[in-house]
Design a binder for this molecule. Structure first.
Ligand code: NAD
Ligand code: UD1
Length: 348
């Protein structure tokens, strides 16, 4: 009786694998390292003291997914695997539609063939697009503003159709707000490729000296200090939300969406100040023009997840900053980049 975790080597997947193993679940991890490193899997084992089966499989390969189901007693799937960079999705829409949508279709086709109907899917608060009001609740009309967001919205709709066709399915659509932080061991965390697009890895890379200064995108929003407001959630709280969602889908059938956020909004300047407190020195920043496509304020109404999944985010801003910073200081170049550099030099 195993839980299949697709994308389990990635940022949120790896933290969720730790929580699943610590809770005594048997897991099987599938990933093709499109945006992650094998080292993260090694660290999951080291942190938990537990081993698990891993498959280097691309979700675009139907028969390879089928082998995973044939060789293991899979009872549920937590589906993280997908590409997630908004800007890249605008320049490479076909890559995003192919990877995220075809990958999910293949997975669901295999699940249906083998009678595995329990699915927890990584959606995103991006499906709310631009809204007039906050907090954002699950029943708002949805809209996507870029190809990445459209893949999430389309997959939500595909999964709705799947449930309508067969009520054995039990599906949780988890709409994450802004995941930040890292495991308290400081051994795993977010490892963005190249220059980070997201605020927190950018701040920590400025603080560690990899980047010269933070550009704050917009100082003229209708917020308490003029900078954009978001609902930052600790990745370990998010991981625990998946365990709660798993219990829920395994005991029911249906399809339901849940916001996973704290319900609290912090501005960019709030985040800079919080990191300065933790790090003990100023973070150089400059206010520049707004980033196209950014909303002014986004934070969750997380009451549905609280009531129906018995889940709450417990970790505050200080812990998010401390844990992000510990990971950044321990591994300024993320997973394995030093080894890559060394082997590149050796080949010269
Ligand atoms: P991540 O890139 O760190 O992890 C995704 C993993 O999926 C990677 O390990 C990657 O190698 C793997 N993958 C991608 N395509 C694959 C394929 N075709 N076959 C097999 N493996 C594949 O991203 P993350 O931050 O951990 O996000 C996990 C999920 O949550 C994604 O679906 C993402 O869209 C969603 N999400 C993330 C955020 C965020 O801010 N991190 C916010 C909302 C939603
Ligand atoms: C982004 C994605 C969203 C995705 C989410 C989580 C965009 C437009 N949206 O959301 O689809 O679900 O990440 O992965 O990319 N900021 C700066 N300077 C920076 C970086 C960010 O000021 O260098 C500001 C932004 O303007 C925003 C806040 O920080 O106000 C958070 O930005 P970011 O971390 O990129 O997340 P989102 O824009 O919320």
């Amino acid at each position: 009786m195993s839980i299949l975790v697709t994308g389990g080597a990635g940022y949120i997947g790896s933290h969720t694998c730790i929580e699943l193993l610590n809770a005594g679940h048997e897991i099987v991890v599938l990933d093709n390292f499109l945006n992650s490193k094998p080292e993260s899997l090694k660290r999951i084992s080291e942190i938990t003291g537990k081993n698990f089966k891993f498959y280097d499989v691309d979700l675009l390969d139907y028969s390879a997914i089928e082998s995973v189901f044939l060789e293991n007693g899979i009872v549920a799937v937590i589906h993280f695997a997908g590409l997630k960079a908004v800007g890249e999705s605008v320049s490479m829409p076909l890559r995003y539609y192919n990877n995220n949508i075809v990958g999910t279709l293949n997975l669901c086709r295999v699940m249906e063939k083998y009678g595995v109907y329990n699915l927890v899917f990584s959606s995103s608060a991006t499906v709310y697009g631009f809204q007039e009001q906050v907090p954002l609740s699950e029943d708002l009309p949805l809209q996507a503003t870029n190809p990445y967001g459209r893949t999430k919205l389309m997959i939500e709709e595909i999964l709705q159709d799947l449930y309508a066709s067969n009520q054995n399915w039990s599906i949780a659509l988890l709409r994450y707000f802004n995941p930040v932080g890292a495991h308290c061991s400081g051994q795993i965390g977010e490892d963005p490729n190249g220059i980070p697009n997201n605020l927190v890895p950018y701040i920590t890379q400025v603080a560690v000296g990899t980047l010269p200064e933070l550009k704050v995108f917009g100082g003229d929003y209708q917020t308490h200090d003029g900078t954009g407001v978001r609902d930052y959630i600790h990745v370990v709280d998010l991981a625990e939300g998946h365990l709660k969602a798993l219990v829920n889908v395994m005991g029911n059938s249906g399809i339901k969406a849940y916001n996973l956020g704290t319900g609290i909004g912090y501005s960019v300047l709030d985040m800079i100040r919080a990191f300065e407190q933790v790090i003990g020195r100023p973070i150089p920043y400059r206010i520049v023009n707004r980033r196209p496509g950014d909303v002014s304020i986004s934070f969750a109404d997380a009451s549905k997840a609280n009531e129906e999944l018995n889940w709450n985010a417990n970790k505050g801003l200080d812990e998010m900053c401390r844990d992000s910073w510990r990971w950044q200081v321990n591994y300024p170049n993320g997973f394995e980049k030093e080894y890559e550099k060394i082997s590149a030099v050796n080949q010269l």
